[in-house]
Design a protein around this ligand. Sequence first.
Ligand code: ASP
Length: 402
Amino acid sequence: MKKKVLNLENLTLLSIVLGIIFGYFFKDLALNLKVIGDIYISLLKMLIIPLVFASIFIAILGLKSSDDLKSIGLKSFIYYLSTTSLAVILGLIVVNIFEPGSNMQLPQDISSDIQPKDVNINDFLLSFIPSNIFYAFANGQILPIIFFAIMFAIATMYIQKDKKETLYNFFDSINDSMMVLAKWIINLTPIGVFFLIAYTIAKNGIEPLINLYSYVLTVLFALFLHAVVTLGAILYFIAKIDPITYFTKIKEALMVSFSTASSSATLPVSIEVAKTNANVDKKVAGFVLPLGATINMDGTALYESIAVMFIANISGVELTFAQQVTIFVTATFASIGAAGIPGAGLIMMTMILESVGLPVEYIALIIAVDRFLDMFRTSINVWGDLIGAKVVDTLVFRKTKI
Ligand code: ASP
């Protein structure tokens, strides 16, 4: 059978290219039409909370036993933590080799209105637990919502069978309806992507990329290595799947993450491609992807370590090995704490700068290229989540085919 050339994926790719051209040549129009891209993002975001809640709930309740939950939970956490740590280590190695910013001058007027983020461990722990679940729903606090969904599902395992089934069917139906909606919205991707990219190019231009090229190239090179070598090897050796084949199956999600710079907004697409194209078990996808979109951010962690080292280089501060270990720890936690929304990584970076005694306002040095790098690091975040889903699927259900 002949494959349709103008399928959704190719159209989306075409939109990215046309969006770049349009944003560059028709700046004002692209800025004025921003609302179309915003509508697309809002439509995706509209699904996040019901989808996260319902998919985690039914994923856990659908498991045969609490042992399965322990197995999926433990394997996911080991995957998230080890890949994020590897990403930061790789970032630190690459930045130490290339030393971007070491021969640049510190500009005179550095100011930024970004407020430092506190490193208080108590607040960090408390931020997982919703004292009012409706407040968490209304304010889109994903981690507390996930915490509640997990606890709610575990408790439901212990109630009467028929009542348990009622709850399961209810949330399973919500989940199915959300996925039907997701499919409709996904059909709008080429339009949304076109206006989002055009706006980004029109707003930021490409000059900052040229001025900060050493920093930008270092981040892109390290992200590429992590995606291809580290994550590619994990997929290949554990799930026995060729990364290129996997890439072609899930690339729609990567294009959406690239254009929206938001792992959370991409979630409906990630779940859809994982289940439909990559044959990931519904329960695994429903658990690993929503959680991963919030806490597993390899791209963000890697970028943060490089950005902090770049800021140190440009300010002529030599960071010791011990300080780089501090960066390793704080960047890992900062990426876990970062929300899956555009620019979240930049805000969390204030925490890392403070931990090694660098001035927070130096963030102003890299703000100009942040949206551009956000598109790439978010794609690596989503690539990491989707590989995680397949790897956990293989480890738990021994299923290697796609
Ligand atoms: N935009 C990223 C994401 O949604 C987070 C970040 O700013 O690094 O995954």
